[in-house]
Design a protein around this ligand. Structure first.
Ligand SMILES: [Zn+2]
Length: 443
Protein backbone atom coordinates (compact mmCIF):
# COMPACT_ATOMS: atom_id res chain seq x y z
CA UNK A 1 0.00 0.00 0.00
CA UNK A 2 1.11 3.52 -0.73
CA UNK A 3 0.00 6.61 1.17
CA UNK A 4 0.57 9.60 -1.07
CA UNK A 5 0.09 13.36 -1.04
CA UNK A 6 1.14 13.53 2.61
CA UNK A 7 3.32 15.62 4.85
CA UNK A 8 5.42 13.15 6.80
CA UNK A 9 7.24 13.80 10.06
CA UNK A 10 10.49 11.91 9.65
CA UNK A 11 13.99 12.43 11.01
CA UNK A 12 13.08 15.62 12.81
CA UNK A 13 11.19 17.47 10.11
CA UNK A 14 8.02 17.49 8.04
CA UNK A 15 8.57 16.55 4.39
CA UNK A 16 6.11 16.45 1.50
CA UNK A 17 6.26 12.84 0.42
CA UNK A 18 4.53 9.49 0.18
CA UNK A 19 5.00 6.37 2.24
CA UNK A 20 5.00 2.76 1.03
CA UNK A 21 3.98 -0.02 3.43
CA UNK A 22 4.84 -3.65 2.92
CA UNK A 23 4.07 -6.46 5.33
CA UNK A 24 3.19 -4.01 8.10
CA UNK A 25 6.43 -2.08 7.88
CA UNK A 26 7.55 1.14 6.23
CA UNK A 27 9.25 0.16 2.99
CA UNK A 28 10.01 3.62 1.69
CA UNK A 29 9.43 7.30 2.35
CA UNK A 30 9.97 9.26 -0.87
CA UNK A 31 8.53 11.61 -3.48
CA UNK A 32 5.71 10.02 -5.45
CA UNK A 33 7.90 9.25 -8.47
CA UNK A 34 10.32 7.26 -6.34
CA UNK A 35 7.73 5.11 -4.59
CA UNK A 36 7.20 1.50 -5.63
CA UNK A 37 3.98 0.60 -7.41
CA UNK A 38 1.25 -0.59 -5.08
CA UNK A 39 -1.95 -2.58 -5.19
CA UNK A 40 -3.67 -0.07 -2.90
CA UNK A 41 -3.29 3.69 -2.81
CA UNK A 42 -4.58 6.22 -0.36
CA UNK A 43 -4.54 9.98 -0.85
CA UNK A 44 -3.84 11.71 2.47
CA UNK A 45 -4.86 15.07 0.97
CA UNK A 46 -1.90 16.95 2.34
CA UNK A 47 -2.47 15.95 5.96
CA UNK A 48 0.38 15.34 8.36
CA UNK A 49 1.50 11.80 9.19
CA UNK A 50 3.09 11.45 12.62
CA UNK A 51 4.34 8.34 14.38
CA UNK A 52 1.43 6.75 16.25
CA UNK A 53 1.49 7.67 19.92
CA UNK A 54 2.94 5.25 22.46
CA UNK A 55 1.01 5.76 25.67
CA UNK A 56 2.97 4.35 28.60
CA UNK A 57 0.17 4.75 31.14
CA UNK A 58 -3.21 3.21 30.35
CA UNK A 59 -5.78 1.30 32.39
CA UNK A 60 -7.57 -0.99 29.93
CA UNK A 61 -9.46 -2.79 32.76
CA UNK A 62 -11.42 -5.79 31.31
CA UNK A 63 -11.97 -8.97 33.34
CA UNK A 64 -13.94 -8.12 36.49
CA UNK A 65 -13.64 -4.42 35.70
CA UNK A 66 -15.00 -4.78 32.15
CA UNK A 67 -17.97 -2.61 33.10
CA UNK A 68 -15.50 0.33 33.24
CA UNK A 69 -13.59 -0.55 30.06
CA UNK A 70 -12.58 -3.63 28.10
CA UNK A 71 -9.84 -4.41 25.62
CA UNK A 72 -12.04 -3.55 22.67
CA UNK A 73 -13.51 -0.27 23.97
CA UNK A 74 -10.16 0.83 25.40
CA UNK A 75 -8.10 0.08 22.31
CA UNK A 76 -10.83 1.57 20.09
CA UNK A 77 -10.51 4.76 22.17
CA UNK A 78 -6.75 4.61 21.61
CA UNK A 79 -7.20 4.20 17.85
CA UNK A 80 -9.64 7.14 17.79
CA UNK A 81 -7.04 9.22 19.62
CA UNK A 82 -4.13 8.33 17.33
CA UNK A 83 -2.48 6.05 19.88
CA UNK A 84 -1.04 2.87 18.35
CA UNK A 85 0.44 1.26 21.45
CA UNK A 86 -0.96 1.29 24.96
CA UNK A 87 0.92 -0.10 27.95
CA UNK A 88 -1.55 -1.45 30.45
CA UNK A 89 -1.29 -0.95 34.20
CA UNK A 90 -1.60 -3.93 36.58
CA UNK A 91 -4.22 -2.71 39.11
CA UNK A 92 -6.86 -4.92 37.59
CA UNK A 93 -9.23 -7.45 39.07
CA UNK A 94 -7.46 -9.87 39.39
CA UNK A 95 -4.24 -7.85 39.79
CA UNK A 96 -1.59 -8.57 37.14
CA UNK A 97 1.18 -9.81 39.44
CA UNK A 98 2.49 -13.15 38.24
CA UNK A 99 3.04 -14.99 35.00
CA UNK A 100 -0.34 -16.72 35.17
CA UNK A 101 -2.37 -13.51 35.53
CA UNK A 102 -0.23 -11.83 32.85
CA UNK A 103 -0.70 -14.74 30.45
CA UNK A 104 -4.46 -14.63 30.96
CA UNK A 105 -4.59 -10.89 30.27
CA UNK A 106 -2.45 -11.35 27.18
CA UNK A 107 -4.78 -14.08 25.92
CA UNK A 108 -7.84 -11.88 26.38
CA UNK A 109 -6.22 -8.82 24.78
CA UNK A 110 -4.99 -10.76 21.75
CA UNK A 111 -8.52 -11.41 20.54
CA UNK A 112 -10.15 -8.10 21.33
CA UNK A 113 -7.65 -5.31 20.69
CA UNK A 114 -7.43 -2.97 17.71
CA UNK A 115 -4.13 -1.29 18.63
CA UNK A 116 -0.93 -2.82 19.96
CA UNK A 117 -0.96 -3.64 23.66
CA UNK A 118 1.83 -4.26 26.15
CA UNK A 119 1.61 -4.96 29.87
CA UNK A 120 3.17 -4.05 33.17
CA UNK A 121 3.03 -6.29 36.19
CA UNK A 122 2.79 -5.44 39.86
CA UNK A 123 5.42 -7.04 42.08
CA UNK A 124 4.69 -10.71 42.77
CA UNK A 125 4.29 -12.28 46.23
CA UNK A 126 7.51 -14.17 45.66
CA UNK A 127 10.31 -12.09 44.19
CA UNK A 128 11.83 -15.21 42.58
CA UNK A 129 9.02 -14.94 40.06
CA UNK A 130 10.30 -11.63 38.64
CA UNK A 131 12.30 -13.24 35.78
CA UNK A 132 9.40 -15.47 34.69
CA UNK A 133 7.07 -12.44 34.55
CA UNK A 134 9.54 -10.59 32.33
CA UNK A 135 9.87 -13.68 30.12
CA UNK A 136 6.10 -13.67 29.82
CA UNK A 137 6.47 -10.16 28.34
CA UNK A 138 6.04 -7.59 31.15
CA UNK A 139 7.50 -4.21 30.16
CA UNK A 140 8.21 -3.23 33.76
CA UNK A 141 6.98 -3.46 37.34
CA UNK A 142 4.55 -0.93 38.75
CA UNK A 143 4.96 0.13 42.34
CA UNK A 144 2.07 1.93 44.02
CA UNK A 145 3.43 3.78 47.03
CA UNK A 146 -0.03 5.06 47.94
CA UNK A 147 -1.55 1.66 48.72
CA UNK A 148 -0.71 -2.02 48.58
CA UNK A 149 -1.31 -3.39 45.09
CA UNK A 150 0.65 -6.54 44.35
CA UNK A 151 2.98 -8.56 46.53
CA UNK A 152 5.35 -6.11 48.22
CA UNK A 153 4.80 -4.01 51.32
CA UNK A 154 5.56 -0.44 50.24
CA UNK A 155 6.67 0.49 53.76
CA UNK A 156 9.42 -2.12 53.81
CA UNK A 157 12.62 -0.56 52.44
CA UNK A 158 14.57 -3.80 52.73
CA UNK A 159 12.02 -5.68 50.67
CA UNK A 160 11.86 -2.89 48.08
CA UNK A 161 15.63 -3.01 47.78
CA UNK A 162 15.49 -6.74 47.06
CA UNK A 163 12.70 -6.21 44.56
CA UNK A 164 14.64 -3.46 42.77
CA UNK A 165 17.74 -5.65 42.54
CA UNK A 166 15.72 -8.43 40.90
CA UNK A 167 14.19 -6.02 38.40
CA UNK A 168 17.53 -4.37 37.63
CA UNK A 169 18.94 -7.75 36.55
CA UNK A 170 16.15 -8.10 34.02
CA UNK A 171 16.84 -4.70 32.43
CA UNK A 172 13.27 -3.41 32.71
CA UNK A 173 12.20 -0.30 34.66
CA UNK A 174 10.21 0.09 37.86
CA UNK A 175 7.24 2.40 37.34
CA UNK A 176 6.33 4.43 40.38
CA UNK A 177 3.10 6.01 41.50
CA UNK A 178 4.78 8.39 43.92
CA UNK A 179 2.52 9.43 46.79
CA UNK A 180 3.62 8.62 50.33
CA UNK A 181 1.05 6.30 51.92
CA UNK A 182 1.50 7.57 55.47
CA UNK A 183 1.07 11.22 54.53
CA UNK A 184 -2.06 10.65 52.49
CA UNK A 185 -3.66 8.27 54.99
CA UNK A 186 -3.10 10.71 57.84
CA UNK A 187 -4.35 13.52 55.62
CA UNK A 188 -7.54 11.69 54.79
CA UNK A 189 -8.21 10.76 58.43
CA UNK A 190 -7.86 14.39 59.44
CA UNK A 191 -10.23 15.55 56.71
CA UNK A 192 -12.81 12.89 57.54
CA UNK A 193 -12.61 13.73 61.25
CA UNK A 194 -13.79 17.26 60.51
CA UNK A 195 -16.62 15.89 58.37
CA UNK A 196 -15.25 17.20 55.11
CA UNK A 197 -16.17 15.40 51.91
CA UNK A 198 -15.61 18.13 49.31
CA UNK A 199 -13.17 18.16 46.39
CA UNK A 200 -10.68 20.36 48.20
CA UNK A 201 -10.51 17.92 51.11
CA UNK A 202 -9.23 15.28 48.69
CA UNK A 203 -6.52 17.66 47.49
CA UNK A 204 -5.57 18.66 51.04
CA UNK A 205 -5.29 15.01 52.04
CA UNK A 206 -2.79 14.39 49.23
CA UNK A 207 -0.36 17.34 49.40
CA UNK A 208 2.58 17.86 46.97
CA UNK A 209 4.93 16.88 49.80
CA UNK A 210 3.50 13.32 49.64
CA UNK A 211 4.75 13.16 46.05
CA UNK A 212 8.15 14.70 46.78
CA UNK A 213 8.80 12.47 49.77
CA UNK A 214 7.89 9.32 47.85
CA UNK A 215 10.17 10.32 44.97
CA UNK A 216 13.09 11.06 47.31
CA UNK A 217 12.65 7.72 49.04
CA UNK A 218 12.59 5.74 45.81
CA UNK A 219 15.59 7.64 44.46
CA UNK A 220 17.60 6.63 47.55
CA UNK A 221 16.68 2.96 47.01
CA UNK A 222 17.29 3.14 43.27
CA UNK A 223 20.74 4.62 43.87
CA UNK A 224 21.76 1.48 45.77
CA UNK A 225 20.60 -0.87 43.03
CA UNK A 226 21.08 0.90 39.71
CA UNK A 227 17.55 0.01 38.65
CA UNK A 228 15.88 2.23 36.06
CA UNK A 229 12.95 4.13 37.53
CA UNK A 230 10.14 5.79 35.61
CA UNK A 231 8.06 8.20 37.70
CA UNK A 232 4.44 8.23 36.58
CA UNK A 233 2.33 11.40 36.35
CA UNK A 234 4.59 13.88 38.18
CA UNK A 235 2.21 16.65 39.25
CA UNK A 236 3.81 19.19 41.56
CA UNK A 237 6.68 21.68 41.64
CA UNK A 238 8.25 20.01 44.69
CA UNK A 239 7.82 16.54 43.21
CA UNK A 240 9.44 17.72 40.04
CA UNK A 241 12.32 19.22 41.99
CA UNK A 242 12.95 15.88 43.73
CA UNK A 243 12.93 14.14 40.36
CA UNK A 244 15.20 16.69 38.68
CA UNK A 245 17.73 16.46 41.51
CA UNK A 246 18.04 12.72 40.83
CA UNK A 247 18.26 13.31 37.09
CA UNK A 248 21.00 15.89 37.52
CA UNK A 249 22.88 13.40 39.68
CA UNK A 250 22.99 11.17 36.63
CA UNK A 251 20.64 8.48 37.93
CA UNK A 252 18.72 6.42 35.36
CA UNK A 253 15.38 8.08 36.08
CA UNK A 254 12.68 9.23 33.67
CA UNK A 255 9.28 10.80 34.20
CA UNK A 256 5.99 11.42 32.51
CA UNK A 257 3.36 14.12 32.91
CA UNK A 258 -0.29 13.97 31.89
CA UNK A 259 -2.30 16.43 29.81
CA UNK A 260 -4.68 16.94 32.74
CA UNK A 261 -1.88 18.03 35.07
CA UNK A 262 -0.61 20.38 32.35
CA UNK A 263 -3.97 21.90 31.50
CA UNK A 264 -6.09 21.77 34.64
CA UNK A 265 -5.66 23.19 38.13
CA UNK A 266 -7.65 23.55 41.34
CA UNK A 267 -10.18 25.91 39.77
CA UNK A 268 -11.12 23.25 37.25
CA UNK A 269 -11.58 20.75 40.05
CA UNK A 270 -14.11 23.10 41.65
CA UNK A 271 -15.94 23.38 38.33
CA UNK A 272 -15.79 19.78 37.09
CA UNK A 273 -15.94 18.11 40.51
CA UNK A 274 -15.41 14.33 40.49
CA UNK A 275 -14.94 14.32 36.69
CA UNK A 276 -11.62 16.05 37.35
CA UNK A 277 -10.83 13.97 40.42
CA UNK A 278 -7.63 12.02 39.94
CA UNK A 279 -4.55 10.79 41.79
CA UNK A 280 -2.22 12.54 42.20
CA UNK A 281 -4.75 15.38 42.39
CA UNK A 282 -4.84 18.51 40.28
CA UNK A 283 -2.54 21.17 41.71
CA UNK A 284 -2.15 24.94 41.86
CA UNK A 285 -1.34 27.20 38.92
CA UNK A 286 2.23 27.44 40.23
CA UNK A 287 2.61 23.68 39.94
CA UNK A 288 1.21 23.76 36.42
CA UNK A 289 3.70 26.48 35.55
CA UNK A 290 6.57 24.39 36.95
CA UNK A 291 5.54 21.40 34.80
CA UNK A 292 5.44 23.50 31.65
CA UNK A 293 8.72 25.16 32.35
CA UNK A 294 10.44 21.77 32.91
CA UNK A 295 8.82 20.45 29.77
CA UNK A 296 10.07 23.38 27.70
CA UNK A 297 13.58 22.93 29.05
CA UNK A 298 13.53 19.29 27.90
CA UNK A 299 13.46 17.73 31.39
CA UNK A 300 10.23 15.79 30.92
CA UNK A 301 10.65 12.45 29.17
CA UNK A 302 7.14 11.47 28.19
CA UNK A 303 3.49 12.49 28.04
CA UNK A 304 1.00 9.86 29.13
CA UNK A 305 -2.78 9.91 29.28
CA UNK A 306 -3.17 7.91 32.52
CA UNK A 307 -6.45 6.84 30.91
CA UNK A 308 -8.40 5.68 33.95
CA UNK A 309 -12.06 5.03 33.07
CA UNK A 310 -14.85 4.39 35.57
CA UNK A 311 -18.60 3.97 35.31
CA UNK A 312 -20.66 7.13 35.56
CA UNK A 313 -22.22 5.81 38.80
CA UNK A 314 -18.74 5.63 40.34
CA UNK A 315 -18.22 9.29 39.48
CA UNK A 316 -21.61 10.77 40.35
CA UNK A 317 -21.46 10.40 44.11
CA UNK A 318 -22.02 12.76 47.02
CA UNK A 319 -18.84 12.29 49.00
CA UNK A 320 -15.40 12.72 47.48
CA UNK A 321 -14.26 9.70 49.49
CA UNK A 322 -16.70 7.47 47.59
CA UNK A 323 -15.70 8.74 44.16
CA UNK A 324 -13.33 6.76 41.95
CA UNK A 325 -10.32 8.83 40.89
CA UNK A 326 -9.31 8.93 37.24
CA UNK A 327 -9.78 10.67 33.92
CA UNK A 328 -10.35 8.99 30.56
CA UNK A 329 -7.66 10.50 28.35
CA UNK A 330 -7.02 8.32 25.29
CA UNK A 331 -9.29 10.34 23.02
CA UNK A 332 -8.32 13.80 24.25
CA UNK A 333 -4.53 13.60 24.61
CA UNK A 334 -3.53 14.23 21.00
CA UNK A 335 -6.11 16.94 20.15
CA UNK A 336 -5.27 18.77 23.40
CA UNK A 337 -1.54 18.61 22.63
CA UNK A 338 -2.00 19.69 19.00
CA UNK A 339 -3.96 22.67 20.33
CA UNK A 340 -0.92 23.52 22.48
CA UNK A 341 1.24 23.29 19.35
CA UNK A 342 -1.00 25.91 17.73
CA UNK A 343 -0.75 28.01 20.88
CA UNK A 344 3.04 27.97 20.70
CA UNK A 345 3.49 26.05 23.95
CA UNK A 346 4.91 23.00 22.19
CA UNK A 347 6.51 22.23 18.84
CA UNK A 348 5.63 19.25 16.66
CA UNK A 349 9.13 17.95 17.39
CA UNK A 350 8.47 18.16 21.17
CA UNK A 351 5.15 16.41 20.74
CA UNK A 352 6.65 13.52 18.75
CA UNK A 353 9.59 13.20 21.12
CA UNK A 354 7.35 13.11 24.22
CA UNK A 355 4.63 10.85 22.85
CA UNK A 356 6.56 8.46 20.57
CA UNK A 357 10.34 8.65 20.38
CA UNK A 358 11.14 8.77 24.08
CA UNK A 359 8.54 6.21 25.19
CA UNK A 360 9.95 3.80 22.56
CA UNK A 361 13.41 4.38 24.00
CA UNK A 362 12.41 3.97 27.65
CA UNK A 363 10.61 0.69 26.98
CA UNK A 364 13.11 -0.61 24.47
CA UNK A 365 10.55 -0.86 21.68
CA UNK A 366 12.60 -1.61 18.63
CA UNK A 367 11.36 -0.45 15.22
CA UNK A 368 8.69 1.78 16.69
CA UNK A 369 8.41 5.40 17.82
CA UNK A 370 9.39 7.13 14.59
CA UNK A 371 8.55 7.02 10.91
CA UNK A 372 11.50 5.65 9.01
CA UNK A 373 12.18 2.85 6.59
CA UNK A 374 12.19 -0.56 8.29
CA UNK A 375 10.03 0.53 11.23
CA UNK A 376 6.50 -0.73 11.81
CA UNK A 377 3.92 1.44 10.05
CA UNK A 378 2.28 2.77 13.23
CA UNK A 379 0.96 6.08 11.98
CA UNK A 380 -1.51 8.76 12.94
CA UNK A 381 -2.70 11.15 10.25
CA UNK A 382 -3.74 14.51 11.65
CA UNK A 383 -5.75 17.30 10.13
CA UNK A 384 -3.71 19.96 11.80
CA UNK A 385 -6.04 22.94 11.31
CA UNK A 386 -9.38 21.25 11.98
CA UNK A 387 -11.23 23.05 14.77
CA UNK A 388 -13.86 21.21 16.75
CA UNK A 389 -15.25 20.69 20.22
CA UNK A 390 -14.48 17.64 22.31
CA UNK A 391 -17.68 15.65 22.70
CA UNK A 392 -17.35 13.01 25.39
CA UNK A 393 -20.67 11.39 24.49
CA UNK A 394 -19.02 10.26 21.22
CA UNK A 395 -16.06 8.57 22.94
CA UNK A 396 -15.28 4.96 22.04
CA UNK A 397 -14.28 4.53 25.68
CA UNK A 398 -17.01 3.33 28.01
CA UNK A 399 -16.26 6.42 30.11
CA UNK A 400 -18.33 8.95 28.18
CA UNK A 401 -17.44 11.97 30.28
CA UNK A 402 -14.41 14.20 30.60
CA UNK A 403 -13.34 17.44 32.25
CA UNK A 404 -12.40 18.46 28.69
CA UNK A 405 -15.93 17.89 27.35
CA UNK A 406 -16.93 20.91 25.29
CA UNK A 407 -13.39 22.28 25.05
CA UNK A 408 -12.46 23.82 21.71
CA UNK A 409 -9.46 22.12 20.15
CA UNK A 410 -7.54 22.49 16.92
CA UNK A 411 -5.94 19.44 15.29
CA UNK A 412 -7.73 16.13 14.82
CA UNK A 413 -6.48 12.58 14.35
CA UNK A 414 -8.32 11.43 11.21
CA UNK A 415 -6.64 8.12 10.39
CA UNK A 416 -4.73 5.63 12.50
CA UNK A 417 -2.64 2.80 11.11
CA UNK A 418 -1.38 -0.03 13.33
CA UNK A 419 1.23 -2.40 11.89
CA UNK A 420 0.35 -1.03 8.44
CA UNK A 421 -3.40 -1.65 8.83
CA UNK A 422 -5.94 1.16 8.82
CA UNK A 423 -7.75 0.82 12.14
CA UNK A 424 -9.50 4.21 12.43
CA UNK A 425 -10.87 6.35 9.64
CA UNK A 426 -12.57 9.70 10.43
CA UNK A 427 -13.51 8.55 13.92
CA UNK A 428 -14.85 5.18 12.75
CA UNK A 429 -13.14 2.03 13.98
CA UNK A 430 -12.54 -0.01 10.83
CA UNK A 431 -10.16 -2.63 12.24
CA UNK A 432 -10.90 -6.29 12.47
CA UNK A 433 -10.62 -7.58 16.05
CA UNK A 434 -7.23 -9.05 16.78
CA UNK A 435 -5.30 -7.29 13.97
CA UNK A 436 -3.01 -5.74 16.54
CA UNK A 437 0.00 -7.26 18.27
CA UNK A 438 0.85 -7.97 21.86
CA UNK A 439 4.22 -6.32 22.38
CA UNK A 440 6.47 -8.24 24.73
CA UNK A 441 9.55 -7.05 26.50
CA UNK A 442 12.73 -7.59 24.47
CA UNK A 443 15.26 -7.78 27.25
ZN1 LIG B 1 -2.73 5.26 36.50
Amino acid sequence: MVLHNAKIYTRGRVVEAGLAIDDGKILKIAKKTNLPSASAKMNLRGHIALPGLIDPHVHLRNQELAYKEDFFSGTAAAAAGGITLTIDMPNNKPVTMDSISLRERTRLAERRSVVNVAFYSAFPQKLEEVPSIVKEGAMGFKLYMSEKIGGVDVDDDKLLLQAFKKVEKMGVPVLVHAEDRKIIETGRREMEKTGRKDMEAHVKARPPEAEARAIRRIVQLAKKTGVRVHFCHVSSAVGLEAFLTAKKDGLPVTCEVTPHHLLLSLEHLKRYKTFALTNPPLRTKNDVFALWSALKRGFIDALASDHAPHSIEEKKVESVWDAQPGIAGLETTLPLLLTQVHGGQLTIADLVRLTSEKPAEIFNLRNRGCLKEGNWADIVVVEINRKYKINASNFCSKAKYSPFDGWSVRGKPVKTFVNGQLVMDEGEIVAKLGTSQIIRCKS
